[in-house]
Design a protein around this ligand. Structure first.
Ligand SMILES: C[S@@+](CC[C@H](N)C(=O)[O-])C[C@H]1O[C@@H](n2cnc3c(N)ncnc32)[C@H](O)[C@@H]1O
Length: 326
């Protein structure tokens, strides 16, 4: 807990990703076949800033499309849920969140915002911004991993839990199912869940969104290797790994990787491990699964939710599913 301001409380869990458990997770991911790195490590302070930049790129249609849907449907969502508190998982810069907070304020229902993110810097910044923007709003930030620390969400009043930006697509299918079940378990009966998903569209548009001309997504991807220096004492040289993002049509997902540009050994002192990367070998850093409405509603139902509304844009690029815990 930090006494930044009487209306702010921030709890930090998981030791900033440097615990033994996290190091073991990194070891397992790097030694798996194909090699991987856990996606959450893309988001240190620098990675979060780069992601904010990505959200403004012309190729990255996802953010502006979700904003457009929220601008149209936030009042209806708030009226439907009658929520007094907004919990947001993977809240990031909470830019689009303002549309929901504004709708709650208009309905005289805005009491508390609970951002939950792995990136401590951004949770602190957003908390400071929001108490300036919303008179009497309380912010209870939770810094942690939403796959393991959900039980640290404080109990409270009638709630809307939001998971926006298509972040669910970053989870492997079995992880996404288990995650939705845990979210459901943490919610009270009668609470609502708002899930933002990216919908299946043409490959050209999808691949362009992850291969922007300005190279910001490439820098975002390579940043994970800098994070590995700090977290695992790894002597990765990011310029020796190229950004790769391509659409896997069979699994409806973008796969983002780093491809070794030469034969090289990387030492990870915190893991007491040396890994040989052959030229051309890839490390998978992120998947981003695209859905259709049927798939999303089936996922929600299998976690125990009842889908109650579906909002989309005219081109059906993005969906917002509202569901209730009965
Ligand atoms: C794709 S961004 C979306 C950000 C924002 N919700 C939006 O729609 O623009 C994913 C967010 O989830 C956070 N995140 C990723 N993995 C996480 C994890 N395992 N636990 C908690 N937060 C995580 C990142 O720090 C980042 O802010």
């Amino acid at each position: 807990m930090t006494p930044d301001h009487p209306r702010i409380r921030i709890d930090v869990h998981g030791n900033g990703g440097t615990s033994e458990e996290c190091l073991e997770e990194i070891r397992k991911a790097l030694l798996s076949s194909p090699r991987r790195l856990p996606t959450k490590y893309l988001y240190d302070d620098q990675g979060s800033a780069l992601f904010e930049h990505i959200c403004q790129l012309p190729e990255y249609y996802q953010t502006r499309t979700e904003r457009q849907i929220l601008a149209k449907s936030a009042d209806e969502i708030v009226a439907h849920t009658r929520a007094r508190e907004l919990v947001e998982l993977g809240s990031g810069a909470a830019t689009k969140t303002r549309l929901l907070l504004n709708a709650m304020a208009r309905a005289n229902q805005l009491h508390r915002y609970i951002p939950f993110d792995v990136s401590e810097g951004i949770v602190r910044r957003v908390a400071q911004e929001l108490i300036q923007e919303y008179e009497s709003l309380e912010v209870y930030g939770v810094v942690g991993d939403f796959l393991t620390h959900l039980e640290h969400i404080p109990p409270g009043g009638r709630r809307l839990v939001a998971f926006l930006g298509g972040t669910i697509g970053n989870l492997q299918p079995e992880e996404a199912q288990a995650f939705l079940r845990s979210v459901h378990q943490e919610m009270a009966p009668g609470d609502f869940f708002l899930l933002g998903v990216q919908l299946i569209t043409d490959t050209g548009r999808l691949e362009a969104a992850y291969n922007d001309r300005a190279g910001v997504t490439a820098a975002f991807n390579q940043n994970i290797l800098r994070v590995m220096r700090a977290v695992a004492g790894a002597d990765f040289h990011p310029e020796q790994f190229a950004h790769v993002a391509r659409y896997n049509a069979r699994q409806h997902r973008i796969e983002m990787s780093l491809r070794s540009l030469r034969d090289q050994d990387v030492r990870l002192t915190e893991l007491d491990l040396t890994i040989h990367f052959a030229r051309g070998e890839e490390i998978l850093t992120e998947i981003s699964t695209k859905y259709n409405r049927h798939h999303v509603e089936a996922l929600l139902q299998s976690a125990g939710f009842v889908p109650v509304a579906w909002h989309t844009d005219p081109e059906h690029l993005h969906g917002l599913a509202l569901a209730r815990k009965p």
